[in-house]
Design a protein around this ligand. Structure first.
Ligand code: NAD
Ligand code: MG
Length: 394
C-alpha cells in the first residue's frame, strides 16, 4: 500500500442522493486524498445513484428493492449490490470503513447507526431523528464501543467547534439558533391557509422536504434541542433557542465566566459536513463561498413565538419526560409531515396530530430498543388513524 493511500479515510455514506448526501460527495470530491467512499445507499433516484457508483466505485451499494438492485447491477457489474434493510446495515458497517455518514431521513437511521457503532466505526450523524428517538441507547453504545458521534447538523457542528479545548464543566448554556422559518411573524389564523409550496420555501437553507417542513413548524428546532442534549450531555434547563433570521450565527456556547463563543459562516452545509468528515485532519482549505460582511446589514435575535409554534415546547416536554416520549413525538411528526406533503391534512394539523399522539402515549415500565420501536409503531399507527379521520385536506 502506498503512503498516500494509508492516509485515506474509508467511509460509508447512507442517503447519498439526498440533500446532505449530495453535499457530502462534493466534500469528498474536493478532499479526494483524504476521503474515499466505499459504500453508499439510496432508496430513490436510481439513475443518479448509478452515476455516483460509476464516479466513486464503491465496493458495496444498498438500494430499496430487488428491481432497483438489478438496475444497478446491470450498469455496474463490479460493485456488489444489496437491497432492503439488511443491505443498509451491511453498507453501514463494511469492514474497511472507519466512518459512517448517516444522511438518511427519519427513524430508519437508528439501526444502521447502531450497526456502525457495533462495528467500531465513528458516525458523522446528520440523521437527527436517530438521536431524538434513541439518544440514550446510541450514546451508551458509542461509549461502550469507544467510537465518536460527530455532529453534522450546522447548529451542533457550531457548538462542537465552540467547545474545542473547553471543559464540560465550563459550559453555562448552549444557545441554539433558528432561522424562524418562512412563517416567522405569521398569525395562527394565517397559518391555517399555508400550502405545501409555501411551507417548502425556506428563507435561508436548501434542504430535503421533511426537514424543510420541520423548519417551518419549528419542530426541527425541537428535534435539535433533544439532539444537543444527547450530543453534549447538557441538561434541558441549560439549552436555549434563539431566533436569528439571517442564519449567519450557527449557534453559540455561553461559558460560566459569562463569555460567549459563536460560530459563523454562510448557510452552506458543506462547511459542517467537511468539518465532521475530516475530523482530526482539521480545517483543510475549501472553495465554498465566503461570508461577505459588507452585504450583511444586520444580525438580529429574538425569542421564539412559542404560542404560534408549539413544537419547541413540546420537544422540551418530551425530552424531559424521557423514556419513549421523544421517539413517539418523532414518529408521529414523520407521519404527519408526509401526510401534509401528500395533501392529506392541513398545515396546522401537523402539530395537532403530534400533540394528540404524545398525549395518548403510555410508556412501558422497562426501557430499551424494543420499547423504542414498539412506541414508534404505536405513534405511526395512531397518527395514521387521526389522519384518516380528518379525511381530505380541509
Ligand atoms: P433527503 O430527503 O434529501 O435525503 C434522504 C436520503 O435518505 C435519500 O437519499 C433517500 O433515498 C434516503 N431514504 C429516505 N428514506 C429512507 C429509508 N426509509 N430507508 C433508507 N433510505 C432512505 O433528506 P436530507 O435533507 O438530506 O436530510 C437527511 C438528514 O439530515 C435528516 O435527518 C435531516 O434532518 C438532516 N439534516 C439535513 C440538513 C440539510 O441541509 N438537508 C441539515 C441538517 C440536518
Ligand atoms: Mg440544523
Amino acid at each position: 500500500m502506498k503512503w498516500g493511500e494509508a492516509m485515506t479515510k474509508c467511509m460509508s455514506v447512507l442517503g447519498v442522493t439526498g440533500s446532505i448526501g449530495r453535499q457530502a460527495l462534493d466534500v469528498v470530491r474536493s478532499n479526494s486524498e483524504e476521503l474515499r467512499v466505499i459504500a453508499m445507499s439510496s432508496y430513490n433516484r436510481i439513475d443518479e445513484l448509478i452515476r455516483l457508483v460509476e464516479e466513486f466505485h464503491p465496493q458495496y451499494v444498498a438500494v430499496r428493492s430487488p428491481e432497483q438492485a438489478e438496475l444497478v447491477r446491470a450498469k455496474c457489474p463490479f460493485t456488489e449490490v444489496g437491497h432492503g434493510e439488511q443491505a443498509l446495515l451491511t453498507a453501514a458497517s463494511l469492514q474497511e470503513s472507519t466512518l459512517l455518514l448517516n444522511a438518511l431521513v427519519g427513524a430508519a437511521g437508528i439501526r444502521p447507526t447502531l450497526r456502525a457503532i457495533e462495528a467500531g466505526c465513528d458516525v458523522a450523524l446528520a440523521n437527527k431523528e436517530t438521536l431524538v428517538a434513541a439518544g440514550d441507547i446510541v450514546v451508551e453504545a458509542a461509549r461502550d464501543h469507544q467510537v465518536q458521534i460527530i455532529p453534522v447538523d450546522s447548529e451542533h457542528s457550531a457548538i462542537a467547534q465552540c467547545l474545542q479545548g473547553a471543559n464540560r464543566e465550563e459550559i453555562e448554556k448552549l444557545i441554539v439558533t433558528a432561522s424562524g422559518g418562512p412563517f416567522r411573524g405569521t398569525s395562527v389564523e394565517n397559518l391555517r391557509q399555508v400550502s405545501v409550496q409555501d411551507a417548502l420555501t425556506h428563507p435561508t437553507w436548501s434542504m430535503g422536504a421533511k426537514i424543510t417542513i420541520d423548519s417551518s413548524t419549528l419542530m426541527n428546532k425541537g428535534l435539535e434541542v433533544i439532539e444537543a442534549h444527547y450530543l453534549f450531555d447538557v441538561p434541558y434547563s441549560d439549552i436555549e433557542v434563539l431566533v436569528h433570521p439571517q442564519s449567519v450565527v450557527h449557534s453559540m456556547v455561553q461559558f460560566r465566566d459569562g463569555a460567549i463563543l459563536a460560530q459563523l459562516g454562510t448557510p452552506d452545509m458543506r462547511i459542517p459536513i467537511q468539518f465532521a468528515l475530516l475530523g482530526e485532519k482539521g480545517r483543510l482549505a475549501s472553495q465554498w463561498k465566503r461570508l461577505n460582511w459588507s452585504h450583511i446589514s444586520e444580525l438580529t435575535f429574538e425569542a421564539p413565538d412559542y404560542d404560534t409554534f408549539p413544537a419547541i415546547k413540546l420537544a422540551f416536554d418530551c425530552g424531559r419526560a424521557q423514556k419513549t416520549y421523544p421517539a413517539v413525538m418523532n414518529a408521529a411528526n414523520e407521519i404527519a409531515v408526509w401526510a401534509f406533503l401528500e395533501g392529506k391534512i392541513g398545515y396546522l394539523d401537523i402539530l395537532d396530530i403530534v400533540q394528540r399522539v404524545v398525549e395518548q402515549h403510555q410508556p412501558e415500565s422497562t426501557f430499551g430498543l424494543d420499547e423504542i420501536f414498539t412506541a414508534d409503531q404505536f405513534a405511526r399507527k395512531t397518527a395514521q388513524l387521526l389522519i384518516a379521520k380528518r379525511g381530505q385536506k380541509v
